[in-house]
Design a protein around this ligand. Structure first.
Ligand code: FES
Ligand SMILES: [Fe+2]
Length: 385
């Protein structure tokens, strides 16, 4: 349980909020490149409580500016892209990718007044089919080239889910909730007669959490039905809002990006590595799968996939989960560790320092995690490991 003030401190994401300022210090995925094309040049993006428009320039690059025109607040989503600039559809004010107004067709030329007409704009980079944006102050850090995206020895798929109807911290706390997999996934699948949850439907003999330079690694030891113990290679919560894990045959990364306080964008990347000895040529652009709604006609969570089960857990906690009413137990020590880490890193940002897990040296941009499932087997031990 935490106080109401602490809950606000950790969850709110708008401009000027403590957690919002922390999250703004990292490149965040805001769209997939497949969202835009020469036929569809603009996309509305709501992220961290800000209403923005992403547009595709004539040079096939991307720009991200405030949605509302400085003049009379009409949406630039309907704007005209001209070169690398965007023109408001109402009275034709034109902005460059830094948000600076360049033209006001019906105004007398008054340079001072025109220069005051600025809208917010943020740097963006497209990488492996994802558009990343930096909404923070100062010099952006280096865009991390996470192994799942950077590897070329496999086929990459991006999964875009419907926005989650709750605050971002709920899925992130789930990333360090190691024991939920038994009931929420293993048992639910068994009750539904779906043969997909048996990995999780085994006694968890031991679990642990370890802080490391990129976040928190969680580890589990299972007992399988032969009585043997299986120690999972730990998989990390990558600070502040990513989960890196093996997902069946895929090496996966899940981003949970706040749309605003009560909605969260879910983008997953999954790399299917080539089999040993099989060298295939893969498209540079990944496949994109739009995950359809997993709600029943009655508006219930279908509960027949892992994502639907997780979504049920996160959304039913409430739009912004009220942590003044919870009752944490020993099983929640990963959650307590993550909250401490969040507070600590927010305080670093407030003190004018860089938070953890930022890359400043381009030579260090490729980040590889050793994550696999059930890799290390340990001998049967007496009692608990
Ligand atoms: S509202 Fe955009 S130019 Fe007038
Ligand atoms: Fe889960």
């Amino acid at each position: 349980m935490i106080s109401e003030a602490e809950n606000e401190f950790l969850t709110r994401v708008g401009p000027g909020t403590p957690a919002g300022d922390l999250l703004r210090r990292y490149w965040q995925p805001v769209a997939v490149t497949a969202d835009l094309s020469p036929e569809k040049r603009t996309k509305r993006i709501r992220v961290l409580g800000e209403d923005l428009v992403l547009y595709l320039t004539d040079e096939n690059t991307y720009a991200l500016v405030a949605e509302a025109c400085a003049h009379r607040r009409v949406s630039l989503y309907y704007g005209f892209v001209e070169g690398c600039e965007i023109r408001c559809p109402y009275h034709g004010w034109k902005y460059d990718r830094t948000g600076q107004c360049l033209e006001q067709p019906f105004e007398q030329e008054n340079r001072r007044a025109r220069e005051r007409a600025r809208i917010a704009a943020y740097p963006v980079q497209a990488y492996r089919g994802i558009v990343f944006a930096y909404l923070g102050p100062g010099e952006p850090p280096v865009l991390p080239r996470w192994d799942v995206l950077d590897r070329r020895d496999g086929h990459l798929t991006l999964f875009v889910e419907e926005d989650l109807q709750c605050n971002w911290l709920q899925p992130m706390e789930n990333a360090v909730d190691t024991v939920h997999t038994f009931w929420l996934h293993g048992h639910t699948m068994r009750m539904k007669g779906i043969d997909r949850g048996s990995y999780y439907y085994r006694p968890i003999e031991k679990y642990s959490f370890e802080q490391f330079e990129w976040g928190i690694i969680k580890r589990r030891v299972y007992r399988d039905n032969t009585g043997e113990l299986e120690e999972e290679t730990g998989h990390p919560l990558v600070f502040p809002n990513i989960l890196r894990l093996p997902e069946g045959p895929l090496q996966a990364m899940h981003w949970r990006v706040p749309v605003d306080d009560e909605h969260t964008m879910l983008i997953r990347a999954g790399l299917l590595p080539d089999k040993p000895g099989e060298e295939r040529v893969h498209d540079e652009e990944p496949s994109v799968v739009r995950v359809p709604s997993e709600m029943t006609a009655d508006g219930d969570h279908a509960m027949n996939t892992f994502t639907s089960q997780d979504r049920m857990a996160w959304e039913t906690q409430g739009a912004v989960y009220d942590r003044t009413k919870e009752m944490l137990g020993a099983e929640d020590k990963g959650i307590a560790m993550y909250r401490r880490l969040l507070r600590q890193q927010i305080e670093r940002v407030q003190a004018g320092e860089d938070p953890m897990a930022l890359i400043r040296d381009p030579a260090q941009a490729v980040v590889t995690f050793d994550v696999s499932r059930g890799q290390a087997r340990v001998a049967v031990a007496e009692g608990r490991v």
